[in-house]
Design a protein. Structure first.
Length: 331
């Protein structure tokens, strides 16, 4: 398993490894090659920056890129993947919406000698041998950091117990699943803090806000909600807005709701700086896109790359937010 750091000590989002030079050195060999992206649509703010970064990075080396969008629509994603296979490009990059639903298509791609790399997730177990590689964030660390943020925030308020909710991304992907597995494992170390609800927000801030409002009302007579995990910063912001509408205090200074995110965004950085959000973690879309470009270029130039390539992620709180503010404000 290869790990490359995209956020250095200065949080600048640049790699500390030599893989960028290696990829750049083989730039002439990738010119004219064709890559098809089967990715989440640009209606999602994280996906928009992520996709733009990958496309721009590949095109800068002369790669011809086709981008097929599926805004977390499983049927459309399968249709797009089938279309991509039929065009027989040099590489297909797939960011799954539903891991299991892609298995037959991934098996078909392998049978037709069309290489596929899964990015921002990992393939279902049944398709592990059908993909050339995985390029992913360290999703487990993101889940662990979110739980650490919540525990640290609750302790800072002097709370020895509390009800916690989590509103996740697309539950049919390892992206959400790996984060929640790690999140639950970390919380299990502190049994007095209870994870009372886990709901699928499908990476949608409007749905996230609606779910949060419902849960705040539901638990009003059951001790209330003391902490919340919105799986992306824009989801955490939706939770914050719902809490404000419900008249709930926010943050340690007010002994209010402790909120954490992941997938750092400018809105998350702003909320941390204002005290409304306790913390987040990296996985900024441009840094993750650059990470994909590095490995995709190496693959296209014929280098043998590791089967699994995980980008290192970092926890962000008010103690180090200045270090990551610039890198986390690209979306």
């Amino acid at each position: 398993m290869a790990v490359i750091t995209m956020f250095g000590l200065a949080g600048c989002g640049s790699s500390s490894s030599g893989s960028t030079k290696s990829a750049a050195g083989g730039a002439s060999s990738v010119a004219g090659k064709q890559v098809t992206l089967v990715h989440c649509g640009d209606v999602n703010p994280w996906c928009a920056v992520y996709n733009k970064t990958i496309i721009k990075g590949l095109q800068a080396k002369g790669v011809k890129v086709t981008y097929l969008q599926d805004p977390f629509d499983v049927s459309l994603e399968i249709q797009n993947l089938q279309s991509a296979i039929a065009s027989h490009p040099n590489l297909i990059l797939v960011s799954p919406t539903d891991d299991d639903s892609l298995v037959p298509s991934l098996q078909q791609a392998k049978a037709q000698n069309v290489p596929v790399i899964i990015d921002n997730s990992r393939p279902a177990a049944a398709a592990v041998n059908d993909v050339s590689a995985t390029i992913d964030a360290d999703q487990s660390s993101l889940g662990t950091y979110a739980a650490q943020n919540i525990v640290e925030g609750l302790k800072a308020e002097g709370r020895t117990s509390g009800n916690i909710i989590a509103i996740t991304g697309a539950d049919a992907t390892a992206t959400s699943g790996d984060r929640m597995t790690a999140f639950k494992a970390e919380l299990a170390k502190y049994p007095s803090y209870k994870l009372v609800e886990v709901k699928n927000g499908n990476w949608d801030p409007a749905l996230t806000g609606k779910i949060a409002s419902q849960l705040f009302a539901q638990y009003q007579s059951k001790g209330g909600i003391q902490a919340a995990y919105g799986m992306a910063d824009y989801m955490a912001n939706a939770v914050i807005q719902s809490a404000q509408q419900a008249g709930l205090p926010l943050g340690v200074a007010k002994k209010g709701l402790i909120v954490t995110g992941s997938n750092c965004f400018k809105v998350g950085i702003d909320n941390i700086q204002s005290g409304k959000q306790f913390g987040t973690a990296t996985q900024a879309p441009d840094a993750e896109g650059q990470f994909v470009v590095q490995w995709a270029l190496k693959f296209l130039q014929g280098d043998k790359i590791p089967k699994t390539n995980l980008n290192k992620e970092y926890r962000v709180t008010d103690k180090n937010v200045a270090q990551y503010a610039a890198a986390c404000s690209k979306a």
